[in-house]
Design a binder for this molecule. Structure first.
Ligand code: CP3
Length: 341
C-alpha cells in the first residue's frame, strides 16, 4: 500500500496498515528553506509561479514521510479572482484592498472568469502531480464561503467578526447574495483542481467556530453542503470547521467524507458520533510541535492509541502548523505515526 492508496482508503473509511498523515500548512514559515526562498520572492510570486509553487509544495515532502502534498496557494485567491485583492500589512494578518458593504459591492464581484484567473493553480497542480508520480496523494483546497466572507466583509483579519455576523443577522438577502456568488466561484475553482488531478479536496472553514450552532448551520454548513454535493462524486472531501467538532450532526450534514477535528475534543468520541462512513482528521495541538521530541511522541501516541481499531482516521494537527514549530519535532511526529503498529 503506498501513501496515496493509504490516504484514499482512509478517506473512504476502509482498513489501512496505519493512519496516513499530513500537516495543515505543512509548507511555509516553519521551514528554513521556505524562508530562504521567500527572501527573494514575494508571497504572491511564489503562489502565482507554478515552478516556485511546486518547489515550496515539495519542501516538506523532502524532510518528512507525509502521505500527502497540499498545493501551495492561499484561500484568498478566490476573492482576488473575484475582484477583491489582498495583501499583508506590516503588523501581520491580512488586508483586503476594500471591504464588501453594499449591494453594489456584491454585484461588482465576478464569478465567470475564475478558472482563467486561477489557471496558475491548475498549472502548479499538474507539475506537482507529475512529481508525485502516484506515490503520494495530492490535496487541493479552498476556503469555505463563510471563512472567505469574513475576510471580504471585514476587509481584513478580524478578532470578533462583528461586521460579517451583523450582515448575516440583519440583512440576510444581501448576505445570501454574497454567499451564492462565493459558493459558485468555489465550485468552479475546485472542479478546475479536480480536472488538474487532485486526489481529494479540503474546505478550510477556519472561522466556522465563531458562530452559534444555528448560525453555523445557516451561514456556513449550508453553503459547504452545496460545494460537497457538487464535487463529492469526483473526489473525497475533507471539511475542517475549526471549533465545531462538538456538533457532529451539523458537521455530517455537509456530506463531507472526512471531518477535521480541533484538539479540544477526543477524536474517538467524534468518530463514534459520526455516521459509520464518515472519517475524522486530526487532532494534535499545534503548540506541541514547539516543545520537544519526547513530548511530541508521547502526545502523538495518545491520539494513535485512542483511535486504535477505528477506521477512517487521517492524522493531522488540530489547526495549521505555527511558524515556531521545530522541524525536528515535526519529523518525530511523522516518524511516530509512520512506525505505529
Ligand atoms: O498547507 C499548505 O502548506 C498550503 C498553503 C496554505 C497557505 N495558506 C499558505 C500561506 C494554505 C492551505 C493556506 C490556507 C489559509 N490561508 C487559511 C486556512 C487555514 C488555516 O490555518 O485556518 C487562512 C485563514 C488563510 C489566510 C491567510 N493567509 C492568513 C491568516 C495568513 C497569515 C498572515 C500573516 O499574519 O502572516 C496567510 C498568509 C500565508 N498563507 C502564509 C503561508 C505560508 C504566510 C505568508 C508568508 O509570510 O510567507
Amino acid at each position: 500500500m503506498n501513501s496515496r492508496e493509504r490516504f484514499l482508503k482512509a478517506c473512504r473509511c476502509e482498513p489501512v496498515d496505519r493512519p496516513p498523515i499530513w500537516i495543515m500548512r505543512q509548507a511555509g514559515r516553519h521551514l528554513p528553506e521556505y524562508r530562504e526562498l521567500r527572501a527573494d520572492h514575494s508571497f504572491h510570486d511564489v503562489v502565482q509561479t507554478p515552478e516556485l509553487a511546486l518547489e515550496v509544495t515539495m519542501q516538506p515532502l523532502r524532510r518528512y514521510d507525509v502521505d500527502a502534498a497540499i498545493v501551495f496557494s492561499d484561500i484568498l485567491v478566490i476573492p482576488e479572482a473575484m475582484g477583491q485583492p489582498y495583501g499583508f500589512p506590516e503588523g501581520g494578518g491580512i488586508e483586503m484592498d476594500f471591504a464588501i458593504e453594499t449591494e453594489e459591492d456584491v454585484d461588482a464581484l465576478k464569478v465567470d472568469r475564475v478558472e482563467q484567473k486561477l489557471n496558475y493553480v491548475a498549472k502548479s497542480l499538474r507539475l506537482i502531480k507529475q512529481e508525485l508520480a502516484g506515490e503520494r496523494a495530492l490535496i487541493g483546497f479552498s476556503g469555505s464561503p463563510w471563512t472567505l466572507a469574513t475576510y471580504m466583509i471585514e476587509g481584513k483579519s478580524s478578532k470578533h467578526y462583528t461586521k460579517a455576523k451583523k450582515l448575516f443577522y440583519t440583512n440576510r438577502p444581501l448576505f445570501d447574495r454574497l454567499m451564492r456568488k462565493i459558493t459558485s466561484a468555489v465550485v468552479r475553482y475546485l472542479k478546475m483542481q479536480i480536472v488538474a488531478g487532485v486526489d481529494a479536496v479540503q474546505i478550510f472553514d477556519s472561522w466556522g467556530g465563531v458562530l452559534s450552532p444555528d448560525a453555523f448551520a445557516e451561514a456556513s454548513a449550508f453553503w459547504m453542503k452545496k460545494i460537497v454535493d457538487a464535487v463529492k462524486d469526483d473526489v473525497p472531501v475533507i471539511v475542517f470547521s475549526k471549533g465545531m467538532s462538538h456538533l457532529p450532526d451539523i458537521m455530517a450534514s455537509t456530506g463531507a467524507n472526512v471531518i477535521g477535528v480541533n484538539w479540544n475534543t477526543r477524536l474517538s468520541h467524534v468518530r463514534r458520533s459520526l455516521p459509520e462512513n464518515v472519517g475524522v482528521q486530526g487532532n494534535l495541538d499545534p503548540v506541541i510541535l514547539e516543545t520537544n521530541e519526547a513530548t511530541v511522541e508521547r502526545e502523538a501516541l495518545r491520539i494513535l492509541e485512542d483511535m486504535r481499531g477505528l477506521n477512517g482516521h487521517i492524522f493531522n494537527l488540530g489547526h495549521g502548523i505555527a511558524p515556531g514549530a521545530d522541524p525536528k519535532n515535526v519529523k518525530r511526529l511523522v516518524d511516530t505515526v509512520v512506525n505505529f503498529k
